[in-house]
Design a protein around this ligand. Structure first.
Ligand code: AMP
Ligand code: MG
Length: 630
């Protein structure tokens, strides 16, 4: 059934009751409202399309959206106009609609509407709930249809076109012209939509996604997105800036916008080897070819200063300045004939204005060439150099101290006693922090001893902007980290709805006037890496002043993946290209949180979202490529 359904998120409204903000893009529990709707629709449809009339790129950026389409009729004519557009872009037999502000919509919406449609031979099915009058609780409950939650046959489009042509705009009105089935859903809350910013804030406070309708799992555990948000809101970029010669700035975070002092290119020049000419000399349609006389040559770096007269042209090389009076270049291979200084040009060989690189087309003088916050990569070095700029302002490197905790840990070179393990976390952390461009301090192993831990944390505060520890944050008997961290600062200990990596500590520790942000990561070797990538890395990037967007990617699972709704799982995967050229992903064997080989074999993390359930073979899943992360 799913393969017959296209999902349509109705996000094309003006958001009048929300103060004209774009409703679907409002943040809610770590994502946008539309992203929540998408996550719930995607498992029910072959593809999901968004109908939006503003901010199209933001909707397009949602992972898994097939297309974003504005109202065909324009002018914000309401949900029926969105429905028309959705039907126009529906490649399947059925269209399932949901508004962008319904983050709790039922996961069995399509299935139940479809069953009723089939049973009643209807053209469409609409969800209905029983509501009671809030003002008068004694009154009998009434049936409330929800026309924006509907499943329709795609072939009703001509009827809708005709209906809209009469000037009518109400969904209920149109639905009455069709054979309609109604499906009663028990859970009225699942159809609640969020109309005002106050309502949005109230939901944000009251409802943790773990306890939201349709979500299972441990209600005490914190949603990953919520923890990420709490961390992001607390940390801020460091202010210190240094000025570096251009090459030394590679991989650093740009601290000030690069303003172009010049136009790039600085002058109109030729994109081709050929002949510069006056567009007015080109032959008109039906006219005979023209013959132009070459009066000189313009080389790159050696301009030709004379303007050709009527019937004249200038031989020109790629990159050479366009001679005065010329506005077009004909590539030599498009000339009908070249005989000495005589160039014959037929009608239609080029358009007037062709093959010119205009002054300032790459960058305009005074414009922002690169915005601050960018991590400087090879292309940026080149661009800055093309502006003649030799020195750039970058943020000071972030100083990060790290240590491992645990009596069982041994350092390399030590003998491995019974019941001991070599400390691997300091190596993965060293690698991840160094790749991120931090200045690292390895503080070694700290025993499970309160005094040693306190001394280590106090010491780390002195020099570091951030401290990363591993181990000791779970509720294990020998773990004193929690106690000491609590003494030294304002640290939260979270139990997260995720796997691997349930425990996480985050907060500020202070000692003698110095302070640092503390990330207390779990001890298991895979958990430490996953927690670093998901929580520490985004926070450290923010502290570094870096603006980074993680490229989103999806791949088809080659095998079924077990997943329990109610927690986010990060499984290790190998992504590659399937026989049909599509990205596909398989898991790397055992996924235990201590099995580091699963990480070394992997080239990506498969992200199974909080509310996602078992994944069937062939389903699309989100993946995070290690390239770009590490
Ligand atoms: P903990 O969070 O301290 O209870 O540690 C959880 C598990 O991770 C235990 O099996 C530890 O031995 C292991 N572990 C903790 N720290 C490290 C480390 N630095 N290197 C390797 N394994 C570790
Ligand atoms: Mg431990």
């Amino acid at each position: 059934m799913k393969s017959k359904v296209t999902g349509l998120i109705l996000a094309g409204g003006r958001g009048t009751r929300m103060g004209r903000v774009d409703k679907g893009l409002q943040p809610f529990q770590g994502a946008t409202l539309a992203a929540h709707v998408l996550r719930r629709l995607a498992p029910q449809a072959a593809a999901v399309v968004v109908n939006a009339n503003r901010n199209l790129p933001q909707y397009q950026a949602l992972a898994g959206v097939a297309a974003v389409v504005p109202d065909a009729m324009g002018g914000y004519e309401g949900p029926l106009a969105g429905l028309q557009t959705g039907l126009q872009h529906c490649a399947t037999e059925l269209l399932l609609t949901a508004p962008c502000d319904s983050p709790f919509l039922p996961l069995d919406l399509a299935e139940r509407l479809y069953a009723a449609m089939q049973a009643e031979g209807a053209d469409l099915a609409v969800a209905v709930t029983m509501e009671s009058d809030e003002q008068d609780p004694a009154a009998a409950p009434y049936r409330q249809p929800h026309p924006v939650f509907s499943l329709l046959k795609a072939d009703v489009l001509p009827q809708l076109d005709a209906y809209l042509a009469t000037g009518a705009r109400r969904m209920e009105g149109f639905f009455k012209t069709l054979r309609m089935a109604e499906v009663l859903f028990d859970d009225a809350d699942a159809f609640r939509n969020i109309n005002t910013l106050q309502e949005l804030q109230r939901h944000e406070r009251e409802q943790t996604p773990a306890s939201a309708p349709g979500f299972g799992g441990d209600p005490a555990a914190l949603h990953v997105a919520e923890a990420q948000r709490l961390i992001r809101e607390r940390v801020a970029p460091i202010a210190a800036i240094e000025r570096l010669p251009l090459r030394a700035a590679l991989d650093r975070v740009l601290a000030e916008d690069i303003i172009s002092p010049i136009n790039v290119p600085a002058y109109d020049n030729s994109a081709m080897d050929g002949y510069a000419l006056r567009g007015a000399d080109l032959p008109a349609e039906g006219a005979a070819p023209v013959v132009l006389k070459t009066i000189g040559i313009a080389y790159a770096g050696r301009p030709f200063a004379h303007a050709p007269k009527v019937g004249e042209c200038v031989r020109i090389m790629t990159g050479a300045a366009i001679p005065p009076g010329c506005d077009s270049v004909i590539p030599q291979e498009l000339a009908a004939a070249i005989d000495g200084d005589q160039v014959t040009i037929a009608h239609g060989a080029i358009r007037s204005g062709a093959n010119l690189r205009r002054a300032g087309e790459d960058l305009k003088a005074g414009g922002i060439a690169i915005a601050q916050g960018k991590i400087i990569r090879p292309a940026d070095l080149g661009l800055v150099a093309s502006l003649g700029i030799a020195e750039v302002a970058v943020r000071r490197k972030l100083r990060v101290a790290f240590f491992s905790t645990g009596d069982e840990l041994r350092s390399l070179g030590e003998c491995l006693d019974d019941g001991c393990v070599y400390d691997s976390n300091r190596y993965t952390l060293y690698g991840m922090l160094t790749r991120l461009g931090c200045e690292v301090t390895d503080m070694g192993i700290v025993r499970d001893d309160p005094a040693a831990l306190e001394a280590a944390l106090r010491d780390a505060c002195k020099n570091a902007d951030a401290i990363i520890t591993s181990g000791g944050v779970s509720e294990g008997a020998a773990d004193y980290t929690r106690e000491i961290m609590a003494v030294l600062g304002d640290v939260d200990f979270w139990k997260l709805a995720m796997r691997p990596g349930r425990p996480l500590a985050f907060g500020k520790v202070q000692s003698d006037g110095d302070s640092a942000w503390l990330f207390g990561l779990p001890g298991n070797p895979v958990a430490v890496m996953v927690s670093f990538y998901m929580f520490a890395r985004p926070a450290l990037l923010r502290m570094m002043g870096a603006q980074v967007t993680q490229p989103a990617m999806q791949a088809r699972a080659t095998e079924a993946i077990r997943k329990r709704p109610g927690r986010t799982e990060y499984q290790r995967g190998i992504v590659g290209t399937g026989a049909n050229g599509e990205a596909q992903v398989r898991l790397t064997g055992a996924q235990g949180s201590g099995i580091l080989s699963s990480m070394t074999e992997a080239n990506c993390i498969v992200v199974l979202h909080h509310e996602q359930a078992n994944v069937a073979a062939g389903q699309l899943v989100d993946v995070l490529l290690f390239d770009g992360l590490v």
